[in-house]
Design a protein around this ligand. Sequence first.
Ligand code: SAH
Length: 396
Amino acid sequence: MPTLTLHPGRDKSLRNRHPWVFSGAVARVDRSARDGDVVEVHAADGRWLARGYLNRRSQIQVRLLTWDPDEAIDGGFWRRRLERALAGRAALAADGRTTAYRLVHAESDGLPGLVVDRYGDWLAVQALTLGIEQVKPLIAALLAELCRPAGIVERSDVDVREKEGLPPHVGVLHGRAPAGPVEVLEHGLRFWVDLMAGQKTGFYLDQRENRRRVAAYCAGGEVLNAFSYTGGFAVYALAAGARRVVNLDSSAEALALAERNLALNGFDPAAQAEAVAGDVFTVLREWRAAGRRFDAVVLDPPKFAHTQAQVERAARAYKDINLLAMQLLRPGGVLATFSCSGLVSADLFQKIVFAAAVDAGRDAQVLERLSQGPDHPVLLTFPEGEYLKGLLCRVW
Ligand code: SAH
């Protein structure tokens, strides 16, 4: 097996089982090593540290797979890791009321670069790295055997693949593609998910627990669901007794599916909901000027910061929408505000929401701090895996 040797003093994070080796830490790589293949990672003094797959095109040159010198990266390895990830989700699916959840959360499940989501009888896979791209057929065969799905689709149409030198790809890895949107359950609520063309792998599974917790504050009220996508928070809010919901999103396709999701759960989209296609920054300004008010506002924007250089601009954008949302809230109303930018820490996010409250001249109390659901676990050795943060605030 080819060897990769680190610079002196660059082995600490590996000893702490952090799964990434950055290019700056690498002193040399054997000539025989090919990108995508497994390499042995050695400290500068020659001591064996760990084993992982290589890609010199990426800033992250190695993603580590094992710290056990006796553990080979073979079929048995991938099977054991998949079985462990599946076992970790068993409790989530036990009552049969939730059929959509993340089965494999990449690094956090010891499977760097691999995401697998379950949607009822179907699986959706993302191969984010060259190392995973190379074992994709094996992973698909193991998933087929372990999960017995009707089909496994691939949704590797993500920008991060560029950094690995890979083109985007969408296709079918096993069985057949679903004929249209697939019906799934979350806490007994029903949703249509478009695996082939929806955002991400079709649904924002990381918000499942938050949808339920936010809904508990929506009974009797009028709820603005900003960045609604297919209406997840709206369906939960109505199920919890909200009087009316407004779904606001820039995507007409997402709003169309949101209407179908409301109807699927027995709600009347005409009487109990409103769908508004538009830009949140613009529409909230218009409504503020027009004196429109709500009892609860959900702000679940897309990732605003993709690089460190974008964090400052992202912070301004978060502050802008949070200020607007607070100004649209009736006194005593509830704001559920999220950031899925990993580069914006929970601490920074709280400071941004604080600044918005000060500018709005409103008292905001944190009632709950929210994070990603338990099917998106955070490995203690890989804090980067924690990306979603939210504050549930009462605003006076
Ligand atoms: N809350 C949703 C997920 C939101 S994902 C859920 O629970 O499923 C973010 C959404 O924001 C996407 O649907 C995207 O279409 C939308 N979006 C992105 N930028 C926007 C903008 N400026 N104005 C309105 N919607 C926007």
